[in-house]
Design a protein around this ligand. Structure first.
Ligand code: SAM
Length: 294
């Protein structure tokens, strides 16, 4: 009886110990894909494909020096009408990307340097309005009525219930950036303590003329505050910007491959401004400038 019980216990113990793996089961388990390995392989494949795509694009793009824009390819009228078409959805289109890319914080940091009578050029939908310090008397200009319409609504919302708020007191003037001094409502040259332009230089028909106009609208000692995007010092990145510049300009109205840093350097060379702070972000494609009118 005792021997039978011992035998049953040994059989039970033997059943609990897994049998040694056979060759077939080892091969099966080695061939079964593990999730981390699949994910790592997928990521590697995607990275290699992306690198190959970038390499191919760079190789097959005709060389065009700094500032190459293929501008004739998208007419000025078509480019401007992109802003009219995109005004209603502009904030939604750029909002997430601006938050993720830190642009919202750069706007805030730049605009805190505005003082007194402030002219914002190409103000678009008024995305900087909420950042102006108290005491600023802001005039927002843009060439596009639809953009200014959105900016007006934003100002009304921001200013509602806050008597004397900067946004609530903002004025709106339709004006071309290249002709600021001849817009009677803007009061003429040397009139402003600060001039602001964010992401405008990519959009103007003549960005050099527009930047010069911004400088001459400032009083001596006034601040020129710029946040712009354009070509990168990283060669392959600018080659990619060149390649898609025309498509981007047709859809968004902006030439994202302009050498905005060179435009600012030209004003410095002409001794119209002194740059106090210059910083570049996003592989050099975003340019931040605080400058003073000489
Ligand atoms: C990329 S959006 C930038 C808008 C705004 N500054 C911002 O930071 O969101 C460019 C703006 O430039 C305006 N614009 C284009 N050409 C212009 C010109 N020649 N004079 C004035 N504004 C112009 C467009 O209507 C548009 O509102």
């Amino acid at each position: 009886m005792a021997r039978r019980r011992r035998g049953a216990a040994t059989a039970a113990a033997a059943a609990a110990v897994p049998p040694p793996p056979t060759l077939a089961s080892t091969v099966r388990s080695l061939n079964r894909p593990s999730i981390p390995a699949v994910l790592a392989g997928g990521a590697l494949y995607a990275a290699a494909t992306a690198a190959g795509w970038v390499f191919w694009q760079v190789q097959t793009t005709p060389a065009c020096g700094s500032g190459c824009e293929a501008e004739g390819a998208v007419s000025e009228a078509a480019r401007r009408s992109a802003y009219t078409a995109g005004a209603a959805s502009y904030d939604e289109d750029v909002g997430l990307h601006e938050r993720l890319g830190g642009i919202a914080r750069l706007r805030e940091r730049l605009i805190q340097h505005a003082r007194g009578d402030t002219l914002e050029v190409a103000a678009g939908t008024g995305r900087n309005l909420e950042h102006y310090p108290e005491g600023c008397r802001v005039v927002l200009t843009d060439a596009c009525d639809a953009m200014l319409g959105v900016a007006r609504r934003r100002a009304a919302e921001l200013g509602a219930g806050a008597a004397g708020s900067v946004a609530g007191c903002a004025r709106f003037v339709r004006s071309d950036a290249e002709r600021l001094e001849s817009a009677a409502e803007l009061g003429g040259v040397a009139r402003y303590d600060a001039v602001v332009d964010t992401f405008g230089l990519c959009s103007f028909g003549d960005p050099a003329a527009a930047l010069r106009q911004m400088a001459i609208m400032l009083k001596p000692g006034g601040r020129l505050l710029l946040l712009e995007h354009g070509r990168s010092p990283v060669g392959w990145l600018s080659t990619l910007l060149d390649r898609y510049a025309e498509r981007h300009a047709a859809k968004w109205g902006c030439w994202w491959n302009r050498d905005v840093n060179a435009l600012v350097a030209q004003l410095e060379a002409e001794q119209l401004i002194v740059v106090d702070t210059r910083a570049r972000f996003h592989a050099g494609t975003t340019l931040y400038v605080e400058a003073t009118r000489v």
